[in-house]
Design a protein around this ligand. Sequence first.
Ligand SMILES: [Cu+2]
Ligand SMILES: [Zn+2]
Length: 197
Amino acid sequence: MKLAIGAWAAGMLLLGCLAGAQSTPNRVTVQMETADGRDGGKATLISEKNDVKVDVDLKNLNPGVHAIHVHQFPRCDTPDFKTAGPLLNPGGKQHGIDNPQGHHAGDMPVNLNVGDDGMVKKTFTTKDISLDPKAPNSVFANGGTSLMIHDAADDMKTDPSGNAGGRESCGIINIKNAQGKPPGFRMPGGKATPSNH
Ligand SMILES: [Cu+2]
Ligand SMILES: [Zn+2]
């Protein structure tokens, strides 16, 4: 009897690892850098049941209102971050959550209010991106994407980028920085473990 339970547990462990290797990561951490090379803080994208939760904890920004977008390429080269390319747009749409012709997958539904200390913390959700590496709107598609903070606010309607101005802070969204099993997955013993194996 003891032996049978042991074999069952070993089987479940193996199944868990196999499932983990092929599953959608449930979160990815994004390290931000400002255009003048300072630590820009961090963002985390978390896969939820029907959307992706974006949790930002940023610093060294200019006070004021700033657009936040997902851009197409996993490149954040200072000083202008142009190598990040345009907004993530697998659907071939125009820019703007409020644009009738829109919108890009990389358009986020909020602007960020940065305080006088250059910092901002905010959590919001979007249905327009996915952490599933196989999804057409995946943040990991074609080697990854980037999270971009602009100098100005996004007006949510002007193509191609909401009149958001220059690029102030950037972070690469890369599957190498992803971890975790699908929501609800637990290794035997009850502890969630990273899938970096
Ligand atoms: Cu942008
Ligand atoms: Zn857009």
